[in-house]
Design a protein around this ligand. Sequence first.
Ligand code: HEM
Ligand code: HEM
Ligand SMILES: [Fe+2]
Length: 474
Amino acid sequence: MANNYLKSESKQLATWYFTFAAIIFGAQLVFGLVAAIQFVMPSFLYQILDFSIARILHINALVVWMVFAMFGSVYWLLPDETEIETVGIKVGKLLFWVFAAAIVVVVLVFLFIQVGPADQTTIWFITEGREYIEAPRWADIGIVIVALGFVANLFLTGIKGKQTGIVTVLMADMIAFAGLYLAGMFFTDNISVDQYWWWWVIHLWVEATWEVFVGAIAAYGLIKMLGAHRQVVEMWLWIEVSMLFGSGILGMGHHYFWIGTPEYWWEIGALFSALEPLPLVAMFVHVLYDWGKTQGAQEAHGDKVSVIKNKPAFTWFVLNAFGNFLGAGVWGFFHTLPQINLYTHGTQFTAAHGHLAFFGAYATILIGMFYLAVQGKNGIKVMKSTKLSIWSTAMITGGVMGMTVALTIAGYVQVIVERAQMGATWSGYFDSQSGVWFTQAMDWRLLMGVITFLGFILLATDLLRTGKSAIHER
Ligand code: HEM
Ligand code: HEM
Ligand SMILES: [Fe+2]
């Protein structure tokens, strides 16, 4: 890979975004561990960092690091795809600092102020109280300005430079991604209406716009790492985009079953969300097919087979194909029909799906992008796996899988005891969660969480060390 890093300010900005993302990822895991310890030891940090606050920090950090890494990915690939420097990069750099500073302030407020009075001051300065996007309104407005700047960078560059399918898809996708955030910004005092719009952000992000983003990144990665043919990769991308939007938009109905919306959402939600795994199968096949095809072509030419230009990144991209399909497709499909969701709604089953889906669909491919950036930054031609990269990949993936299995078991206990046997009563809630199956599952989740966290430390070490090690071809 030619070292065009030094010449490209866009790529430098991307590495800032990636670095900040990795730090917030670490923070996410720390707060997850705090919340997991509190399940096992309820008095842990009581009234200092209560479960509610640890949970807010865990899941908002999740969203923030992923958004940072997504912006970083776009700044990273733009010069490669458009063959020009990103337009307005100075403004882009300034906005990075605005964004990072705003996030730090929001985190400090969550940590130290935590709650406020039930009036407008809390909404403006402490928290808006919508799960996953709990930042106060001043920060919301800041985030919108930063996002607009980012979209402007992308559009001006896309229009001026070479227009590939990947860039075109990203242009459409990122404007939808930024626009949807607005649906989570206004306040109504009707909880059904509030939830209705809130899902426009949460569901339409992760099951439509973010998935399209992943399709575009996977296409870019396959071209970079395998030398896959652009025509083939982009053809897949268009198919995936149409399928994702086809099922994802009305699939949102699976969140409208029990929030006070009309009952026709049962049918709409059941039908369209049941179709949602299809594009994920397509994305899965796409990665494996291109991999196989490229190897076949190399064999036919008598080339050395499988010169994957970046082994660790490619491993994470393949894990993405599997993880997206398993976490979103399979674990999502499990509970997406209203007849089943009646029993599983809001149990640890949901948390099992939430963990595997966010991890499988997004954490994996974004970690892959970290590796592509480390390679580009250090001008490494062929990047091999290291002991650390192998161990960290195994521990993070194994840890999250382990947590998912533990949470799935806990969810089943809730479904059977709390919902089926005891009819979703108050005492059923406590009976199911004090039983041995549930409490042991929480122990296992904590253990698996620790393994995930240790894996993260190894990952960070590997990323920081790669530039210095000599095993790579330059
Ligand atoms: C990468 C894509 C996805 C991500 C990141 C994701 C993540 C999540 C998360 C975090 C929740 C919990 C939301 C809450 O706090 O209430 C959730 C709920 C849900 N997801 Fe997904 N999901 C994805 C794809 C899917 C797909 C493809 C399906 C169906 C085929 C699905 C079905 C559901 C259902 C039915 C619920 C509601 C659970 C309940 O009633 O408690 N998800 N998802
Ligand atoms: C050190 C590892 C981790 C631990 C110990 C951990 C622990 C937790 C705990 C205790 C909760 C609160 C669950 C509840 O309200 O009952 C939670 C929620 C959540 N975590 Fe994690 N987590 C970890 C890593 C991750 C990772 C890697 C991801 C995704 C990439 C993730 C995504 C989520 C999501 C989406 C939720 C909300 C789930 C829902 O509302 O259904 N976590 N986590
Ligand atoms: Fe959804």
